[in-house]
Design a protein around this ligand. Structure first.
Ligand SMILES: Cc1cc2nc3c(=O)[nH]c(=O)nc-3n(C[C@H](O)[C@H](O)[C@H](O)COP(=O)(O)O)c2cc1C
Length: 184
């Protein structure tokens, strides 16, 4: 038994080391419940499908945000701009509760807090959830979306924040190329 726990710990450490090489866009997930507004930094966010347009967010059950999103009818995924590192740090643990909304300009869409200058906000109705290990996967059906500014996301890789180098984005693809590339 002890040996298999040790093996699992090793595997978790190896997996963490490998994941430092997985560059992720950074989002702040928000919701509102009877107690007020809640926000949490997350990289475990993904598109789920386009039929219907839907998103998933993986939330650690140990986080206060877990109970809040479980009570809320809707949540928003705010995709951060390269300049919004302070918001990521605040909503990632350095600030608590309502203080997380003290950094950045916040508005509301469909009753859910949204960050005004985020690259995009995607508001979802909470639809399904699945527990797995330490986390819950929340599935949301998209109900409204907004975008702001040019594409310049905040990126988290190797435990650090960065952005894409200026020449990292190739020329935009046509809509037809996009349909073939991302047959979601
Ligand atoms: C860059 C970054 C990415 C994170 N990604 C996630 C994530 O995908 N899911 C998650 O549950 N926590 C994630 N966290 C951790 C939470 O943001 C952090 O634990 C936060 O303090 C939780 O707040 P709460 O306990 O008030 O809900 C991430 C933190 C950082 C800094």
């Amino acid at each position: 038994m002890q040996a298999s726990i040790a093996r699992n710990d090793d595997l978790a450490a190896e997996t963490r080391r490998a994941l430092r090489r997985l560059a992720s866009a950074v989002a702040v997930v928000t919701c509102r419940d009877a107690a007020g507004r809640h926000a949490m930094t997350a990289t475990a966010v993904s598109a789920m499908s386009m039929q219907p347009p839907s998103m998933i967010v993986c939330v650690n059950r140990a986080n206060a945000f877990h109970a809040a999103i479980g009570r809320a009818q809707a949540f928003a995924i705010n995709i951060l701009h390269r300049e919004q590192q302070r918001i990521s740090v605040g909503c990632g643990g350095s600030l608590r509760g309502e203080d997380r909304f003290g950094v950045g300009a916040w508005d509301e869409a469909r009753g859910v807090p949204v960050l005004v200058d985020a690259q995009a906000h995607i508001v979802c109705a909470r639809d399904e959830q699945f527990d797995y290990g330490s986390h819950t996967i929340f599935v949301g059906r998209v109900i409204t979306v907004g975008t702001s500014g040019t594409v310049d996301p905040l990126v988290y890789v190797d435990g650090r924040y960065t952005g894409l180098p200026g020449d990292a984005l190739p020329a935009p693809l046509s809509e037809i190329d996009l349909l073939y590339q991302f047959a979601l």
